[in-house]
Ligand binder design. Structure first.
Ligand code: PLP
Length: 455
């Protein structure tokens, strides 16, 4: 066991951290972050770490952002919380009005929750109930993509397909139908992005043709399957999916929790395909990493299926205590103002191009990088044993985790997903910082390989 601080000792005495094997902390104790500014986190010893993953994909405009800090302070002195049934407040109203103007066309009403998974739960329940109330009670099943990630509550796991999170809980889960989805790095059709016609849609098509009578909705992470390893796929797939779901009265739910709010270079990833979903789930960037909040946007048509006299029993009786919390709403309003006033999408596009160019230069010829791919401000690398055969490292080697530990010592928080190393920094990162991030990544990979090959 390394020498640890008093805070770390107490942490380990009381806290069970998320998504962790607590025994790993014997080797690498939790880093106690005492402050953060911009893209840097600072620990209790004064070490600074570049936050290359936006603190779990949430931070957009840097830590301790002055604009956001200011509005929280103002809001907290006015109203911190109020129940959202029968009551409302200015921040929620302003947020909804602003969202209405930027979400995909057709999304007109907003429901509030307090984290990504709960917004997924809401969307699934809404879809099920919609069909119950509109003459199709047999439509009860959900379809999602292989390797999908939609959160980790029991309902969300039903549409998820990342083995690490789902396998053990199968007996508890109401499992949806999984369609073999896009898997572009290993494309079985031998296509690349430029000539892709989403041939892989055939499995989804077959599932829908055969089961449409029973299918309530299809849920996707548009353009990028995040937790699956930042798998980027073609907008053609989404177009095809929109067409067939429309034909068979199946809801298309866009889980934009990770990709929304500019991450892919567009405000919402659905825009790449130029089509609208029936429901859209938003969280993460929505409140810029400041406050747990999520929103489900739905069409007027869905809304109307619930609108009637109370005694008809069609209300959507679902709530979360912190639904529509004023602090979260006020932050989200400011996030949208920053997008509008600071030309954020344009900046993301420019910096994205810079990141792509530099990363390609650095990693193109690396025989352990099977592919570098990027969309907007999400860049990812397939770390492989052999570029030509695309053979992976044995997952038991935990190569990603080892590289993560080396990078930390060098001052960067890179948090690989298995053997996928990715960059998802706050939009405020500068070009010099991008250079530094890439360099640390490169050196960490080299150091890992050297250690491994000398063993
Ligand atoms: C993070 C995430 C979720 C779950 O959100 P939580 O706030 O962690 O519950 C769902 N879907 C996607 C695509 C995500 O990235």
């Amino acid at each position: 066991m390394n020498k640890i601080s008093e805070l770390q000792e107490k942490d380990l005495k009381y806290i069970f951290h998320p998504c962790s094997q607590m025994k790993d902390y014997e080797d690498l104790p939790p880093m106690v972050i005492t402050k953060a500014e911009g893209i840097y986190l600072e620990d209790e010893f004064g070490n600074r770490y570049m936050d290359c993953v936006s603190s779990w994909w949430v931070n957009l405009f840097g830590h301790c952002n002055q604009r956001i800090n200011k509005v929280i302070t103002e809001q907290i002195n006015k109203l911190e919380h109020v129940l959202f049934v029968n009551f409302s407040h200015e921040a929620a109203i302003e947020l909804s009005e602003r969202l209405y103007k930027i979400v995909p066309k057709g999304i007109e009403k907003f429901l509030f929750a307090d984290n990504g998974s709960s917004s997924i739960e809401m969307a699934l329940k809404l879809s099920f109930q919609y069909h119950q109330q509109t003459g199709n009670p047999q439509k009860k099943r959900f379809v999602s993509l292989a390797n999908a990630y939609h959160g980790e509550t029991i309902g969300a796991l039903g549409v998820g397909d990342v083995d690490l999170f789902t396998t053990l809980y199968k007996p508890l889960i109401k499992e949806g139908i999984k369609a073999k989805g896009p898997d572009c790095f290993y494309c079985p059709y031998g296509k690349n992005f430029d000539c892709c016609e989403a041939e892989c849609f055939e499995n989804m098509e077959k599932i829908i043709e055969e089961n449409h009578n029973e299918i309530a909705s299809v849920i996707i992470e548009p353009m990028v399957q995040g937790a699956a390893g930042m798998k980027i796929y073609s907008p053609v797939y989404i177009k095809k999916l929109r067409e067939i779901t429309q034909k068979y009265n199946i809801h298309l739910i866009a889980d934009e929790i990770a990709v929304g709010f500019g991450r892919t270079g567009k405000m919402f990833a659905m825009e790449h395909a130029g089509v609208s979903p029936d429901m859209i789930c938003m969280a993460k960037g929505l409140s810029a990493g400041y406050y747990p909040m999520s929103i489900v946007g739905i069409t007027q048509k869905i809304y109307e299926a619930f609108y009637c006299d109370y005694l008809e029993g069609k209300s959507f009786l679902h709530s979360h205590t912190y639904s529509g919390n004023p602090l979260g709403c006020r932050i989200a309003v400011e996030v949208l103002k920053i997008f509008e006033e600071e030309n954020v999408l344009e900046i993301v596009r420019k910096k994205g191009e810079y990141l792509r160019k530099k990363a390609m230069e650095l990693f193109k010829d690396n025989k352990n990088i099977g592919e570098y791919r990027q969309i907007g401000f999400i860049g990812a690398m397939e770390f492989v044993k052999n570029k030509d055969t695309k053979e992976l490292f044995d997952s038991k080697e935990r190569a990603g985790y080892e590289i993560y530990k080396i990078a930390l010592k060098k001052g960067a928080l890179l948090r690989p997903l298995g053997n996928i190393i990715y960059f998802m920094p706050p939009y405020t990162i500068t070009e010099e910082e991008i250079d530094k991030m890439l360099l640390i990544c490169k050196e960490s990979i080299e150091e890992y390989l050297e250690k491994r090959n000398n063993k």
